[in-house]
Design a protein around this ligand. Structure first.
Ligand code: SF4
Length: 528
């Protein structure tokens, strides 16, 4: 078997994890010893996994369950992964729960099993092997491509799924009985018991998300439970502000897959600052629509008055207001991220984001006037009906934002940066564009080269770009059925993606470059 370079490196041992553990500051105690133990795995590095508030939340919820403890696994190092807490192997546990938010991590999930000598295919595992459960947003978008590998998919919020799953794990059930019981439990898709690709009579499975009334309970507010400098959000106490989004952009799973826009009560958010205070002076507010919390101004002001430095994930353009920008700037933020998605009003209107460039530029002016120096703008190329004029419009918008940045810099003498982060449209399940074909590779390459040439002529403007190959693979594994298993397994075993995609072109291209005229295979579950 061909394996990646990673396999030659030794596994992370207790000594390797020691500096990570030493740097962690838990905001509450976590015992490493319990009557029941669950392996909680993130199919990426510690740095990425511990940046995920969802992953931290699951860790905390498992420890909240009486008698339970979780041990964390990441991809760091090579060889068989060892838990951070007690240096155990994945195969020492009766259940391994993976949290997966990005389809690209499917390969890492399989590599972690392989390095642990756990058979990849569920059909090859027996009573001696751990049950493999996958949660996270990928389980709810389209679990079919991973259905040959995963025993049970947990679809929805951990707050609703763990109270049903953990008691079943406490019972001394046989593997078959456990699968039967999970298959009867709302929110679980068990491929050995449900066959949505061949069984028309299967009743719809339901995702069990957090509902607005549950958010009225302070126990439903996700916040960081461990603060560490070794993550993307170094030293930040993360707080979730809301779920869903009031906007309905046609390509966005976050709005169509996560249900109605709902937010956490201000009082609970403010109370959480007290928990953070002994450990850090930095707060990161997270949500798909942070700036749309009805009391965002008050929350930022309170954080500032308590001496916290605040930062927010990207803000919806209409939510860029004085009451948001002032406290953010005063608390030390110097960068703002917006997502215009495209450069032309026509295309933005078509994607159901009816914000004209004139309004966007007013907001950008306001941002630089407040003293922010870095502006990050997210774009998506390969949109339906997109023309080369739309691509030129991205450059023109970047140029106008740069002008506004330079205007301000001429007063202060401090030049900032405008960054254009460009992605390629992945038509995702459950969005209005789920049936759309992906833009073809030649056209994408032409558009990318126009953008690169244009940005090269603009000092203080930078650009990052997703590769078309990455986008094709991601579209394939987002929309494919269970027949994608061989391709995913070969890629996980180290087969070069370019040659694999060339060889499997007759299988991959129709799924990616043709519209979906037939039934949508992922519609065996309801998202709300
Ligand atoms: S504003 Fe952002 S989060 Fe909201 S629907 Fe549009 S893309 Fe999605």
């Amino acid at each position: 078997m061909r394996r990646g370079k990673n396999h030659k490196r030794p596994a992370y041992s207790e000594q390797d994890w020691a500096p990570y553990r030493a740097a962690e500051r838990p905001v509450r105690p976590f015992s490493a010893h319990g009557t029941h133990r669950l392996a909680l795995a993130y199919a990426n590095t510690y740095e990425v996994g511990m940046s995920s508030l969802g992953f931290q939340r699951v860790y905390e919820l498992i420890h909240d369950a009486p008698g339970w403890t979780a041990e964390r696994f990441f991809t760091n190092g090579g060889g068989p992964p060892r838990s951070m807490e007690l240096s155990r192997h994945l195969s020492d546990f009766s259940c391994v729960a993976f949290s997966v938010s990005f389809e690209e991590d499917y390969l890492n999930l399989l590599r972690m099993l392989d390095r642990s000598q756990i058979p990849l295919r569920r059909s090859e595992r027996d009573a001696w092997h751990p049950l493999i459960v996958m949660g996270g947003s990928c389980a709810a978008i389209n679990p079919l491509p991973m259905s040959a590998f995963v025993d049970a998919f947990a679809m929805g919020a951990a707050e609703n799924l763990l109270p049903a799953m953990l008691p079943l794990l406490e019972e001394d059930l046989s593997r078959d009985d456990l699968l039967d019981r999970l298959a009867e439990t709302p929110g679980f898709y068990v491929p050995a018991r449900h066959d949505p690709e061949n069984d028309d009579t299967l009743p719809k499975l339901h995702k069990v998300d957090i509902q607005a009334d549950q958010m009225r309970d302070p126990g439903f507010l996700p916040t960081s439970c461990i603060i560490t400098p070794k993550t993307e959000f170094s030293e930040k106490f993360l707080v979730e502000m809301s779920r869903g989004c009031p906007e309905k952009c046609r390509y966005c799973w976050a709005t169509f897959g996560m249900g109605k826009f709902r937010w956490h009560p201000t009082d609970y958010i403010l109370e959480s600052f007290e928990r953070a205070r002994p450990f850090t002076d930095q707060i990161g507010f997270l949500a798909t629509a942070v700036g749309d919390h009805p009391e965002i101004g008050r929350i930022l002001d309170e954080a500032l008055s308590m001496g916290f430095r605040s930062s927010v994930s990207s803000i919806r353009i209409p939510a860029v207001k004085e009451e948001v920008l002032s406290p953010l700037f005063e608390s030390g933020a110097r960068s703002i991220t917006l997502a215009p998605e495209t450069g032309s009003d026509r295309l933005r209107q078509m994607m159901n984001k009816p914000i004209p460039n004139a309004v966007l530029l007013e907001k950008v002016k306001m941002i630089f006037a407040h003293g922010f120096r870095t502006l990050k703008l997210y774009f998506i190329i390969g949109l339906p009906t997109e023309t080369m004029e739309d691509i030129e419009a991205i450059l023109e918008l970047g140029r106008q934002c740069r002008e506004l940045m330079l205007e301000k810099a001429s007063e202060t003498g401090k030049i900032g940066n405008v960054h254009l982060g460009c992605n390629i449209l992945i038509p995702k399940p459950y969005t209005p564009w789920q049936r759309e074909p992906m833009d073809d590779e030649k056209s994408l390459k032409r558009k990318i080269s126009v953008l690169k040439r244009g940005v090269a002529k603009m000092p203080n403007v930078t650009m990052s770009m997703m590769s078309p190959r990455q986008a094709i693979w991601q579209t394939y594994i987002s929309r494919a059925g269970s027949d994608a298993a061989d391709a995913i397994e070969q890629a996980a075993r180290g087969r070069h993606l370019a040659s694999l995609m060339r060889e499997l072109q007759p299988q991959i291209h129709p799924e990616v470059f043709q519209s979906f005229p037939r039934d949508l295979r992922w519609h065996f579950m309801r998202t709300a």
